[in-house]
Design a binder for this molecule. Sequence first.
Ligand SMILES: Nc1ncnc2c1ncn2[C@@H]1O[C@H](COP(=O)(O)OP(=O)(O)OP(=O)(O)O)[C@@H](O)[C@H]1O
Ligand SMILES: [Mg+2]
Length: 509
Amino acid sequence: MQQSGSGAILSIRGLTKRYAGATALNNVSFTLQAGEVRAICGENGAGKSTFVKMLMGIVQPDGGIISVAGTAHEIRDALQAQSLGLGLVAQELSLAPDLSVLDNIWLGSTEVPFFHRRSSLRARAQQALATLGVGDWDLDRTVGALSIGQRQIVEIARLLARKARVLILDEPTATLSDIEIEKLMQVLRAIKARGHSIIYVSHRLGEVFELCDSVSVLRNGEHIVTKPVRELTRESLIELMLGRAFEEMYPERADASAAHHGGLRIKNLHVPGAVEDLSVTAPRGKILCFAGQLGSGATAVTRALAGLHDKATGDISIDGRTIRLGSARPILAGEVVFVTEDRAGEGIFPELPVRDNLVVSKLAICSRWGVISWRAVRKLADDLAAQVTVTCAHLGIKSGYLSGGNQQKLLFARAVGRATPAVLVMNEPTRGIDIGARAEIYRLMRRLCGEGYVLLMASSDIEEVVGMADIVVTLYRGRVVACYEGAAVRMPSILRDIANPDIPDGQVA
Ligand SMILES: Nc1ncnc2c1ncn2[C@@H]1O[C@H](COP(=O)(O)OP(=O)(O)OP(=O)(O)O)[C@@H](O)[C@H]1O
Ligand SMILES: [Mg+2]
């Protein structure tokens, strides 16, 4: 760990937070110099969010000292954190969608005096946006009309306008498309150049190496090491995070389709306002990917196949049997399983224990004559937890307390342990998921292929598409650009198709 020299803007000693059943953070010390950009990396559940929440007064520590610019403080709430110059862009954005950009920038600020001149607030807001390279944005636009990426930039402007000295970002790119991520990187580089200190929590190592000066690694709530980025490679960082050697992210493609008959056929799928005329087939044992940026329609395809678009039309069949669109029937009949991208909002039941989430779609297996056997439920839950490798203190813990990666594994548990293989439809299956859990989910996906499942996924993570897909359909603004299979699934053509297919080969967009 670095010594807390005179330039330290933030110095933390022995920070600890215990929950019933888990020590989220154990005796962590941390020093951030003024102007430093520090990444915090670690697997799901390592304690990263707990750490930043304690800095922001959202969670109260059980022990430890937080000093800002040399003075120790007990940070009791977000207002106090703000007055100390700490500002957080949390994963769940906190803007008011019905208010304008200007009003959002000043909402809840302790900077605004009771008698203020709106023109000066306007000028300062404009200046904050200009610092970020987006000085031409309209301050009177309502935030609801902006994309997620643009909203994030407003959040950052808001923190700058209230003179934050340390900007803390907790997985800011988890919900952004590649193009929006590039824009955010530009904004953060501009802030860095102006000497701001940044704490950057992310699972995307490319961003860490691009933006950060140093990395602190957390594992199981412990601080493992802090190192300058230049002393690390991608591999060595991954090993520090996992605490073991990391072999291969993407499992080998064993051709599972020969062993199974039938598959999924999509013919003339239309989703009004989202996708036109999509046709493709996928045999059992294969993974079909829809690749595209936000707004390309890739997500609309998977949601339509999960029965979530009541206006979708087209001929869909599995093994020759027609599947009804716009209806929950295929899911209820066990023909289709859906893993949503919004696991907190529409995936898990956060208030229910892990055990109930594991067995929720399988109570029929655990009951006889309509009576549930709790012994069978417990046995099945233990078995599923082991199959999808959920790690938590015990299966009775509320699933909302699990880290993102473990919540995602609960959704996958709905797909495994079925009597007959289904069509597994996934949307951004590894968003916000750490490297170790990701590799486990990919292995699980291949295993399901081996059992005869058809897997469909929409993903804006091109590396994942190329690493996993047997068949790829690229989409741009609601229309199919191309379809690739086997060895033709390659990064350059996919990138070109989804960014702007109208530019011919060989030219750079
Ligand atoms: N309110 C809570 N009650 C009980 N346990 C909790 C609570 N909040 C967090 N935890 C536990 O504390 C540990 C650290 O969680 P935290 O959210 O800080 O991890 P993280 O590193 O941010 O993970 P991720 O990468 O998934 O966001 C986890 O084991 C989590 O289950
Ligand atoms: Mg987190």
